[in-house]
Design a protein around this ligand. Structure first.
Ligand SMILES: CC(C)(COP(=O)(O)OP(=O)(O)OC[C@H]1O[C@@H](n2cnc3c(N)ncnc32)[C@H](O)[C@@H]1OP(=O)(O)O)[C@@H](O)C(=O)NCCC(=O)NCCS
Length: 194
């Protein structure tokens, strides 16, 4: 059976022009909880955090979270979750661990400065350096900020789903999916080729 790549296979921290990306430690959790427990920030996120310890065990245990720092201060966090691609049964082993699902949050106080785009360019690059062949990310269609981040990074819109996602307010909302393949990404320039 083939081994899936993991975030721990890369060298951390990774630096961009203004930001540092690294796996989180327990000490980071208070800062992360402060913005993730804000209902406005969590409006389109899977989880509206309440309990700090529950959040910490989820974010620290999975080896799929990174924190984003600017000048030593936490400004947001990222997800890079390695997954199996869909495949037919006979070739399932070859599809294992070939894909990464990506996610991002920037704290309200630090938005509007291009941090999300800068961090996600590095996140995509890290995923392809890990060796996955495809990255993907999803959002509620109404999440204009997240859609713009994906467009600016150069991910391709691949799906639009009508009222397929249930929001915590009880309403079914439209969803979107974006993706890109490793051979479409320039690792040096940190953008799509061509
Ligand atoms: C979406 C989010 C990560 C953007 O963070 P950010 O650091 O402010 O983003 P950037 O500064 O890199 O901006 C990227 C682009 O998106 C645009 N943008 C950001 N927020 C926007 C919004 N609410 N509506 C429309 N456009 C928005 C910016 O104007 C910029 O585009 P431009 O250069 O053409 O002007 C941030 O708002 C956030 O954390 N939201 C809550 C969590 C969330 O929804 N995460 C994604 C779940 S799928």
């Amino acid at each position: 059976m083939s081994m899936s790549p993991a975030l721990t296979d890369l060298v951390w921290p990774r630096r961009t022009e203004r930001l540092v990306l690294r796996p989180p430690v327990l000490d980071d959790m208070r800062a992360v909880h402060a913005y993730r427990s804000d209902p406005e920030t969590a409006r389109w996120l899977t989880t509206l955090e309440t309990d700090l310890e529950q959040m910490a065990s989820r974010l620290l245990d999975g080896a799929r979270t990174l924190v984003v720092e600017r000048d030593g201060e936490i400004v947001g966090d990222l997800m890079l979750a390695v997954k199996d691609a869909w495949s037919q049964r006979e070739v399932a082993d070859e599809a294992r661990g070939t894909m990464a699902e990506l996610g991002w949050v920037i704290a309200p106080a630090h938005r509007g400065r291009g941090y999300a785009v800068e961090a996600v360019r590095e996140l995509v690059t890290a995923a392809f350096e890990l060796g996955v062949r495809r990255v993907e990310a999803g959002c509620f269609a109404e999440n204009a900020g997240s859609r713009r981040v994906m467009e600016k990074v150069g991910l391709r819109q691949e799906g639009y789903y009508v009222r397929e996602s249930l929001h915590r307010d009880g309403t079914w909302r439209d969803g979107m999916s974006f993706g890109l393949l490793a051979d479409e990404w320039d690792l040096e320039a940190r953008r799509p080729r061509g």
